[in-house]
Design a protein around this ligand. Structure first.
Ligand code: SF4
Ligand code: FES
Length: 374
């Protein structure tokens, strides 16, 4: 077997070796953390994805060892393969930071600011992108686009105004189902996700479009408006499913299963199963198995992607560590002369109830009836 050719590539000053043919984005993901550019349209599990949204732009400051000239323009890292000796700047490039702010502004031109009522809030890649790279104001003075409503069937809700036309759902339907019935109709300002003549999306694997959609354009009708994701407790679970891997994340409140999704990795993409295949799940697992008794619960899921979901969460055992006292640390070792404890002054909080130790979200009973902590 011939040996694989390895190329050295440096991203934001960190050098790694990757096989020839690797894209800059994949190389940067191997380094991890902030070095990896954001990606709204690229999805490693979908062939042909990428090259649409421009959020992954990077600066190539040295083309290769043989031809060290920089690339004249910023390039889409999801579509550009590395060369030996290539040097790339992501967050260390002013041009990239500036261009990314422009891309975010562009994506938000027509995107409604309905995060408070959007089911994707808390796990929306556009929210994260705006938070990290966006500006606090818009220069857009015109009316946002509106669309005729399309009904996609019993399970999937389309909010076209939120769509950023990344094509991920189109590739998913193309590659996971035997007959795609939706796509992007029209072009330019009129482009929209639709079925040509009102049809429902009902293929057994079509629910995966919900998981790949980076925004709240495609959401789960069985979960819509039922709860906020940060109030739910993600649990890894599996069942013996004849159609798919049956490996899922359940989103529970107490014993009630509110939502079932595929398991996602740190890039927000479907996680691979132990045999190395993408863990897409079927509609039956996603929409119909909403009883805890349908599942074998494996344990709490750690949400690795930066998200409000992972804050104050319950992975690990009930009884997580109580935060240490920070006054001394921030005061250079000095303790304050006067310290008012809010618990002495207010009956709202209960000093003997530690939210980090409650097995599940807190509710009125947690405080009114101190014996009930679940
Ligand atoms: S509906 Fe979602 S996945 Fe489909 S193109 Fe729009 S943003 Fe992308
Ligand atoms: S992720 Fe590269 S262009 Fe969208």
């Amino acid at each position: 077997m011939s040996e694989q050719t390895l190329f050295k590539v440096t991203v934001d000053g960190i050098t790694i070796e990757v096989p020839a043919g690797t894209t800059i984005l994949q190389a940067a993901r191997q380094i991890g953390g902030e070095v990896a550019p954001p990606a709204m349209c690229y999805y490693s599990k979908l062939k042909g994805s990428g090259g649409k949204c421009r959020t992954c732009l990077v600066e190539v400051s040295k083309g290769s060892e043989k031809d060290p000239r920089p690339m004249p323009k910023l390039v889409a890292s999801c579509r550009t393969t590395v060369m030996d000796g290539m040097e790339v700047k992501n967050i260390t490039s002013e041009k990239v930071v500036d261009a990314r702010a422009g891309v975010v502004e562009f994506l938000l031109l027509n995107h409604p600011l309905d995060c408070p009522i959007c089911d994707q809030a808390g796990e929306c890649h556009l929210q994260d992108l705006s938070f990290e790279h966006g500006k606090s104001k818009t220069r857009f003075e015109f009316q946002k686009r509106t669309f005729k409503k399309h009904d996609l069937g019993d399970n999937i809700q389309l909010h076209m105004t939120r769509c950023i036309l990344c094509y991920r759902c189109v590739f998913t339907a193309d590659q996971l189902t035997n007959k795609r019935v939706h796509g992007i109709l029209d072009r330019g300002d009129h482009a929209e996700i639709a079925t040509h003549i009102e049809k429902s999306l009902d293929n057994e694997f079509i629910g995966n479009v919900i998981d790949v959609c980076p925004v709240g354009a495609l959401t789960d009708k069985t979960f819509r408006f039922k709860n906020r994701v940060w109030f739910l407790k993600p649990m890894d679970a599996h069942r013996d499913c004849p159609t798919c891997s049956g490996r899922v994340t359940l989103w529970n409140r107490g014993d009630e299963v509110y939502r079932v999704t595929a398991r996602k990795d740190e890039w927000g993409e479907i996680e691979d199963t132990p045999d190395g295949k993408p863990g897409w799940i079927c509609n039956t697992c996603r929409f119909d198995k909403k009883e805890a008794s349908d599942w074998v619960i494996e344990g709490p899921r750690a949400i690795s992607r930066a998200s409000v979901i992972s804050q104050g969460h319950y992975e690990g055992k009930v009884g997580t560590t109580i935060p240490t006292e920070t006054f001394k640390a921030v005061n250079g070792g000095r303790t304050p002369h006067l310290l008012m404890d809010i618990h002495d002054e207010s009956e709202v909080n209960q000093p003997n109830i530690h939210l980090g130790q409650i097995n599940g979200p807190s509710h009125g009973n947690t405080f009114n009836n101190k014996t009930e902590n679940a």
